[in-house]
Write a protein that binds this ligand. Structure first.
Ligand SMILES: NC(=O)c1ccc[n+]([C@@H]2O[C@H](COP(=O)([O-])OP(=O)(O)OC[C@H]3O[C@@H](n4cnc5c(N)ncnc54)[C@H](OP(=O)(O)O)[C@@H]3O)[C@@H](O)[C@H]2O)c1
Length: 291
């Protein structure tokens, strides 16, 4: 008998399920996409039961769950609740992926790019916009790989809160919160850094050119903002390993191509088994194996 159609159940924590995530799911080859908005831990149980009590045996691998939305903390809470309602000891499980705001796939693509030029286990990094979904995941991955990571925010206590979350996942993580609110903060934060990743909000200049071109230890600069002006002034959207003023640079589209490949590969991975959980570490591992 032929295989059952693939079904991706999109659980979005925002009121409107992300169009971006829907388009990528279709382009990844998903045959049916069921999209739900406004999903919270309180509404998850029947959605998970609909996945695990319908198909059986190997057909369960043809159903999978994708968790998205603009808030990665809300997405993590939904993921945690989804796992509670799977019953793997009886084979009643489906694979699950978390990618709120593209945070995991974008962070995996960015860190993979940085790792092509630096030994990340010893590199010193600065993540600007480190309190957003993408920045948090970039910082967590860099901390996991082992280097020293600074997380920048206009409000240091927000960066401290992100550090606390990362330490809960990675005990002993070498991370530090820094303020980037005043004109003297920038040079201090960037001082001895080898890598800077700008994951600030759309169209916001996070790092002026005169700062990064005079940072002596800087080797790699990655800007993830796709809406001009650039988040790192002087870096172009399409930069992909281009050298500018002695620094290897990547722009949002230079990273975006890899991000799309990683996103599609992760969706396809969901349908290989009925028990995968794809969060940042698993998605990064997948990114490292892509051509
Ligand atoms: N290239 C790709 O493939 C790709 C994929 C997905 C996303 N992205 C891009 O990645 C970036 C990060 O996404 P996100 O969703 O994590 O961003 P976000 O939540 O909108 O913003 C990230 C952080 O930027 C800081 N920020 C906001 N407004 C600011 C302002 N006016 N001045 C200075 N800092 C400001 C805030 O940190 P504090 O308040 O703590 O300072 C915020 O937490 C975005 O530019 C997004 O478009 C790129």
């Amino acid at each position: 008998m032929s295989e059952k159609a693939t079904i991706l159940v999109q659980l979005d924590t925002d009121a409107q399920p992300s169009v971006f995530d829907r388009v990528v799911a279709v382009d990844a080859g998903v045959q049916h996409l069921f999209s739900y908005g406004g999903v919270s831990p309180q509404t998850v149980m029947p959605l998970v039961h609909g996945c695990i009590f319908t198909r059986g045996g190997k057909d369960l691998a043809r159903t999978a769950i994708f968790i998205g939305g603009s808030d990665v903390t809300a997405g993590e809470a939904v993921l945690s609740e989804v796992k509670k309602h799977l019953i793997p000891q009886y084979g009643l499980s489906v694979s699950v992926m978390l990618d709120s705001n593209g945070s995991n796939t974008t962070a995996a693509a960015a860190v993979r790019a940085a790792g092509r030029h630096l030994d990340l286990s010893s590199a010193k990094s600065l993540v600007l916009g480190g309190t957003g979904p993408v920045g948090q995941r970039v910082a967590r991955l860099l901390a996991k790989v082992g280097g020293h990571v600074r997380i920048g925010s206009r409000q240091k206590d927000r960066a401290e809160a992100v550090c606390a979350v990362i330490r809960a996942h990675i005990p002993g993580a070498n991370i530090e919160a820094v303020s980037v609110s005043s004109s003297t903060d920038g040079p201090q934060a960037l001082g001895d850094r080898n890598l800077v990743v700008a994951a600030g909000a759309l169209g916001v200049v996070m790092l002026p050119k005169k700062l990064w071109t005079t940072a002596k230890a800087l080797r790699v600069a990655i800007d993830l903002n796709g809406v001009p002006p650039a988040g790192i002034e002087g870096i172009e959207l399409n930069d992909k390993g281009v050298e500018r003023d002695g620094v290897i640079s990547y722009g949002a589209l230079g990273i975006g191509g890899t991000k799309m490949k990683v996103h599609k590969a992760a969706i396809n991975k969901l349908f290989e088994t009925n028990n995968a959980v794809l969060d940042i570490e698993e998605i990064y591992a997948l990114a490292l194996h892509l051509q």
